[in-house]
Design a protein around this ligand. Structure first.
Ligand code: GDP
Length: 429
């Protein structure tokens, strides 16, 4: 996707997350100079497999696995410092040096232990299926204008007085919510004092770094977490995450103007999954749903929760194409469909007997739609060894052509396995 016209590219999930963005970013990062995470927190678990080693990155952009790439945690991310440094340490243990090539926006907000306590308490009353990592409460504080940002660590006395107020407020809320837990002010102070000397050398005006890189003609990847249907504005509200996962959020969360972005790659699985609660119109009953889960390893990278599995839903991907302005699609996990005799694809919905081609605003309505399926022929030959479209069984190519037609977006990549080399780049023109 990087070419003479595209130097600044967004990679977004075009379904409910877990589409394999980590692998795509890893593949694309080979050609990139800079990789930026623009939203989300430590709830996103990108999985990248190199050789026999599996890396799960929650806070650090997966581009870090390429030695020449600089990585940035953008202002739109909520940073959980302990996970972040845990990841840096793990990378160091595996011989991957990150010195001088990771920066954190000084405008990024911190996720602190009291956010996790609040998350756990509110999940008890409003079951949204959150990962319980404090992301939602940290974004609430950000928009409530009472967040604590990386830059606040530059003046620890100030951070201390902010903390006194925030911890007290959190404890009042916990009491109101009937939680027995309480946050400790002293522990929070100790945490910030311990972390500040590690974070501050990495803190920078990240938007400026990204802006300069684009202006200098460097190749910049803006990496989204979760998926479009989990976007707080465009997703299946309230079963959504607390940030803008869609491409519009990339400009805001990386700290650049939208006119600098030249391409948006939507990552989709060749089928559909979702974790947590909320409607999933194409959810496949057993045995098909179970088979997709087993073959696709559809268990959360962070939580281990089994994902709900179903057939490809073109209504979802058309919608994602529109709200993200997708310029290309990357279809992942095609190999998981190997051996299915028939593969249903949802082309549109019906609601109360009438056609319903657009994504409804209410989850209740989405829960009532009836998917209209077209059944395509499956293929027996394994696809994992394919490196060009021509290596794929004809039925798999027909399947991809149909996904492209139904989505209205050209397929630019096809992933056929977990490994870095198991990728087909579709050459254009
Ligand atoms: P992300 O959050 O979008 O990066 O997605 P995850 O990392 O949670 O989920 C993707 C999972 O699928 C990881 O375990 C990947 O190793 C795996 N994966 C990615 N692409 C492929 C593929 O083409 N085939 C198979 N079988 N697995 C894949």
């Amino acid at each position: 996707m990087f070419d003479g016209r595209t130097a600044c590219l967004v990679v977004v999930g075009a379904q409910w997350g877990d589409e394999g963005k980590g692998k795509l970013v890893d593949v694309l990062a080979e050609q990139a100079d800079l990789v930026v995470r623009y939203q989300g927190g430590a709830n996103a678990g990108h999985t990248v497999v190199i050789g026999d080693t599996q890396f799960i990155l929650r806070q650090i952009p997966s581009g870090i696995l390429h030695p020449g790439v600089t990585c940035i945690v953008g202002n739109g991310v909520v940073l959980e410092p302990e996970t972040f440094f845990g990841e840096l340490d793990q990378l160091a243990q595996r011989g991957i040096s990150t010195a001088g090539r990771i920066w954190v926006s000084d405008r990024a907000h911190l996720v602190l232990p009291y956010h996790k306590l609040l998350d756990a308490a509110s999940e008890k009353s409003q079951k949204l299926g959150t990962t319980g990592r404090g992301i939602g409460p940290a974004y609430e504080d950000k928009y409530g204008r009472r967040g604590i940002r990386v830059t606040d660590l530059r003046r620890l006395e100030c951070a201390r007085s902010l903390l006194a107020d925030r911890v007290q407020r959190a404890n009042r809320l916990l009491e109101m919510m009937g939680s027995p837990e309480r946050a400790s002010f002293d522990q929070h102070v100790e945490l910030l004092e311990r972390l500040a000397p590690r974070i501050l050398p990495l803190a920078a005006d990240a938007g400026l770094l990204v802006h300069r890189a684009v202006r200098e003609g460097k190749r910049v990847l803006l990496e989204g977490a979760q998926g479009s249907l989990l976007d707080v504005d465009h997703g299946t509200y309230p079963y959504v995450t607390s940030s803008n996962t869609t491409a519009g959020g990339a400009a805001v969360g990386a700290g650049i103007g939208p006119t600098l972005i030249q391409g948006v790659l939507g990552v989709v699985k060749a089928y559909t999954t979702r974790v947590g609660n909320g409607p999933l119109p194409t959810e496949a009953p057993s045995p098909h749903g179970d088979r997709l889960r087993e073959l696709g390893g559809e268990f959360g990278a962070v939580t281990g929760r089994p994902r709900r599995c179903g057939w490809f839903d073109a209504t979802v991907v058309r919608y994602a194409a529109r709200v993200n302005g997708l310029t290309g699609l990357a279809v992942t996990k095609l190999d998981v469909l190997d051996g299915f005799e028939e593969i249903p694809v949802c082309t549109a919905y019906r609601l109360d007997g009438a056609a319903c081609d657009e994504m409804p605003a209410e989850v209740e309505t989405l829960g009532q739609v009836e998917p209209k399926y077209e059944v395509l022929r499956g293929w027996a030959r394994p696809t994992g060894g394919a490196r060009r479209l021509g290596d794929l069984p004809p039925e798999a190519r027909t399947y991809l052509d149909r996904l492209e037609e139904l989505s209205g977006v050209p397929v630019r990549y096809v992933s056929v396995g977990t490994r870095r080399d198991q990728i087909i780049e579709v050459k254009t023109g």
